[in-house]
Design a protein around this ligand. Structure first.
Ligand SMILES: NC(=O)C1=CN([C@@H]2O[C@H](COP(=O)(O)OP(=O)(O)OC[C@H]3O[C@@H](n4cnc5c(N)ncnc54)[C@H](OP(=O)(O)O)[C@@H]3O)[C@@H](O)[C@H]2O)C=CC1
Ligand SMILES: CC(=O)N[C@@H](CCC(=O)OP(=O)(O)O)C(=O)O
Length: 322
């Protein structure tokens, strides 16, 4: 049997390198690479994209749009890691666990968009509650999240690396900084579309002085509802929704061992895995709850998810290489 051919356009970037390292040990696929001197050569990229079974795009949005414009072979499948097509017509959203039937859609699609890192955490928390009617679709949702600096790609990694090398106290690189303060972050559209919320969530991201890892927090002021659900009801809804899923895991409810020293939910515990964990914290007396997702922004938030989608698109077992 001939092995499917895979080309990673943008193989030298942060996401591309991580996908490459997950695929290059495998003997069930053939990785096709571009000469490094030609990696931005449009003619060569066009040739390779149309000569493989799946092209994985790990490029800035404009580069991804350009790569898609190169496609002339109707048999080539495209898996795009950028933001360019996540809410576009004709594309399937590559979050296999998000809805029943999503895997089948990914398996038969020509064009699949890999979800954003923050949306992966957010949707794992909120989608079950909207889908099951535990929260109304017009609930005013806010999100606070923190990402490791690799989320900012090569440029931000280089900034932090330079800072770490110098280790000067006067260098003013942020140990923790919130951003996106003009609102309308590029992930908000996909967050709204795939959650089923009536309005965009108010999203405040942050970056911290650690390379990989992410926490996405969704506070729920349940006292605003006429009949607030209990913490148990919220937990059961999310746990049942993802029952049997390998890569979306719901942590035990009211179990202090999920916290380090019984106190802290740390950010790096699932680094280098393809797992997103969901936590539910609740107080039924004060009618407050907090949903938290923990993931590796480069794992289930990008490259791990891409490999999972690739496996589904090729008809392979979904966990291969993960
Ligand atoms: N980092 C992350 O956590 C995540 C990233 N993503 C998405 O993945 C995509 C890639 O991001 P990331 O890997 O972080 O970015 P990087 O900046 O680390 O890498 C992008 C790579 O693409 C190359 N490139 C740029 N333009 C072209 C072009 N026209 N033709 C060929 N190669 C090109 C760049 O080359 P050069 O360095 O020379 O410019 C670089 O090697 C982005 O769309 C990003 O939004 C998605 C989820 C998470
Ligand atoms: C820390 C940081 O800068 N994170 C990036 C998100 C990571 C990323 O590239 O997002 P995609 O998943 O959409 O590609 C940002 O906020 O723009």
């Amino acid at each position: 049997m001939t092995k499917p051919k895979i080309f990673i356009d943008g193989e030298a970037g942060t996401t591309g390198l991580q996908i490459y390292s997950r695929l290059n040990q495998r003997d069930d696929i053939e990785l096709v690479s571009i000469e490094s001197s030609q990696r931005k050569d449009a003619t060569e990229r066009r040739k390779l994209i149309n000569a493989v079974d799946v092209a994985i795009l790990c490029l800035p949005d404009d580069g991804a749009r350009e790569a898609v414009s190169f496609v002339t072979n109707p048999k080539v499948k495209i898996l795009d890691a950028s933001t360019a097509y996540r809410t576009a017509q004709g594309w399937v959203y590559g979050f296999p666990e998000i809805n029943p039937g999503q895997r089948e859609q990914i398996a038969s699609a020509q064009f699949v968009s890999n979800p954003g890192c923050y949306p992966t955490g957010f949707l794992a928390c909120i989608r079950p509650l909207i889908a099951k009617g535990i929260l109304p679709h017009n609930f005013p949702v806010t999100i606070n999240a923190v990402s490791g600096y690799s989320g900012g790609g090569k440029n931000l990694i280089q900034k932090y690396d330079t800072f770490h090398e110098k280790q000067t106290t006067e260098t003013s690189l942020y140990p923790y900084g919130i951003y996106g303060l003009q609102f309308g972050h590029k992930h908000v559209q996909e967050m709204q579309k795939y959650s089923g919320l009536a309005s965009p969530p108010l999203f405040v991201p942050a970056v911290g002085d650690f390379e990989q890892g992410m926490l996405v927090q969704v506070p729920l002021p349940l006292w605003t509802l006429d009949n607030p659900p209990s913490g148990e009801v919220i937990y059961d809804a999310i746990a049942n929704y993802f029952q049997g899923e390998k890569f979306v895991q719901v942590a035990p409810f009211r179990d202090a061992t999920v916290l380090r020293d019984g106190t802290f939910l740390d950010v790096i515990a699932v680094n280098n895995t393809n797992i997103v964990q969901v936590f539910v914290f609740a107080n039924d007396t004060t009618k407050e709850a907090l949903l938290v997702a923990r993931l590796d922004n480069l794992g289930k938030g990008a490259s791990g998810a891409a490999v999972q989608n690739l496996n589904i698109m090729l008809g392979f077992p979904e966990e291969l290489g993960l």
